[in-house]
Write a protein that binds this ligand. Structure first.
Ligand code: GLC
Ligand code: CA
Length: 494
């Protein structure tokens, strides 16, 4: 495979396009490794595992958010973009981690969550003080509808209305996700300036790029239209009004001009609801604002209407989607390649077989993915063939998306709890968030304390210690796949 001629930025193509020849490893810090026994993974825990990542052979590590956060959504609700989450460590721990990664030739990519922040962020606290507070316009406020209810019938991604009434000022604010995640008002140029400044803060520290959380949601359809009624209950899916809005490319173009083009970095946008034409517009080698995006079409093949409405996985459809993205972006944009992340079930359980053929199907899925054109992403534990989990009770689950869905389905709509649990077993994000299984010791060696979420009991057999000792393991298969890519693609071996 030849690397396409140079992209927008200056410098030699091979230096500036390292993200095309890299393999990225995603860490969800809360579940990766706990260094101090409080049951929560942390930055020193990551530091202690860098040699494992070097052995695996990945080039880049993307860390899910580690900013200060009240953890309504495990760090995807940020209350201070320039502070480290208390549970994860200190800024000194971060600086040490970054230096240690660079010393090993690993790059560090951060999560940038700027479609929304936390309701505990100072901006929102100020915005709530009064309607004429200078921060009011940092968020999206609307007066109540004629009946006093929310301005539209939009449903939040985490159930319920996408609008929350702020009683003291009498207006509703928009939250595409939980009510503790108010959407930022990107049409306000001050918001954009704030975002660009916080990006520079981290880039100037030496971080090597951003994975941009739901970045195609920053421009909404103007006019606050009502969503079509397609299901029971007052709140209706409204994705079409939230993604790929009319000013998306303008905002991303501004971000590229103001920030991205000044640094040699990797950028990947998380973009639900896109097709290959959006993919080209966002990643075009000449004028696309981003290096690559995470599309979702192949993640939707086993859900109908809603992810919780589980339907059998359609292999033909899956192959068609993968092919459409390969062909669609070839020679123009660039694909990211993923089967797993912190929001998705474990691929070996979802697309393979997590019983008798666990190892073989994990290797098969890896081969399928890593032999395509694009930048492969490995999500923590995928390289061990970690599987979905089945906790007996909903009480063992931690993810607010899962808990809200369960409460609504069982409480409001009176569904059979067993049916709801069977969807949870297949689709809950907690399948991906059980602790990384390091050893056969208690809690998979993730913590010496009580983990914030229980380990998958199969840690006794599926764990990194066993896998690294077995030359035929899923781990070593990933290692060899990654080495093969490096041999073909890396002009300068590390
Ligand atoms: C993205 C994240 C997910 C988060 C949501 C809101 O989809 O990957 O974990 O809950 O955005 O920030
Ligand atoms: Ca800890």
């Amino acid at each position: 495979m030849t690397v396409a001629p140079t992209a927008p930025s200056s410098g030699t193509p091979t230096e500036r396009q390292w993200w095309k020849t890299s393999v990225v490893y995603q860490i969800y810090p809360r579940s990766f490794c706990d260094s101090n026994g409080d049951g929560i993974g942390d930055l020193p825990g990551i530091l202690s595992k860098l040699d494992y990542l070097v052995e695996l052979g990945v080039d880049v590590v993307w860390l899910s958010p580690f900013y200060q956060s009240p953890n309504d959504d495990n760090g995807y609700d940020i209350s201070d973009y320039r502070k480290i989450m208390t549970e994860f460590g200190t800024m000194a721990d971060f600086d040490e981690l970054l230096a240690a990664m660079h010393a090993r030739g690993l790059k560090l990519v951060m999560d940038l969550v700027v479609n929304h922040c936390s309701d505990e962020h100072q901006w929102f606290v100020e915005a709530c003080r009064s309607k004429d507070n200078p921060y009011r316009e940092y968020f999206m406020w609307q007066p109540p509808a004629a009946n006093g209810g929310p301005p539209t019938n939009w449903e939040a991604a985490f159930s319920g209305s996408a609008w929350e009434l702020h009683e003291p000022t009498g207006e509703y604010y928009l939250h595409s996700f939980s009510k503790k995640q108010p959407d930022l008002n990107w049409p306000n140029p001050k918001v954009r300036t704030e975002v660009f400044e916080l990006m520079r803060f981290w880039l100037d520290k030496g971080v090597d790029g951003f994975r941009m959380d739901v970045i195609n949601m920053i421009s909404k359809t103007p006019g606050w239209p009502q969503a079509k009624v397609v299901k029971p209950g007052p709140w209706q899916p409204c994705w079409q009004f939230i993604v790929n809005g009319p000013r998306l490319l303008e905002y991303l173009g501004e971000m590229r001009r103001e920030v991205l083009s000044h640094y040699d970095i990797l950028t990947v946008g998380e973009t639900p609801g896109v097709n290959p034409s959006h993919g080209i517009a966002m990643t075009d080698a000449v004028d696309g604002p981003l290096n690559m995006i995470f599309q979702f079409e192949h993640m939707d093949v086993d859900g109908r209407g809603s992810k919780w409405n589980v339907v059998p996985f359609d292999l033909v459809k899956f192959k068609q989607i993968m092919t459409r993205w390969q062909d669609g972006l070839a020679g123009r944009g660039w694909n990211s390649l993923y089967l797993a992340n912190h929001d998705q079930p474990r691929p070996v359980s979802r697309f393979g077989n997590d019983g008798e053929y666990r190892e073989r199907s994990a290797k098969m899925l890896a081969t399928m993915l890593h032999f395509q054109q694009g930048t492969p992403y490995v999500y923590q534990g995928e390289e061990l063939g970690m599987t979905n989990v089945r906790f007996a009770s909903i009480d063992a689950y931690r993810d607010l998306e899962t808990l809200n869905m369960y409460a609504e389905a069982v409480g409001t709509f009176g569904k059979d709890p067993e049916d709801v649990m069977s969807a949870v077993y297949v689709k809950s994000r907690d399948n991906a968030r059980t602790p990384v299984q390091w050893t056969a010791e208690a809690h998979g060696g993730f913590t010496t304390g009580t983990p914030w979420i229980a380990a998958n009991p199969n840690y006794r057999t599926i764990n990194a210690a066993a896998a690294t000792a077995d030359p035929d393991s899923v781990f070593h298969y990933y290692r060899r796949l990654i080495a093969l890519r490096r041999l073909r693609l890396h002009p300068h071996p590390r």
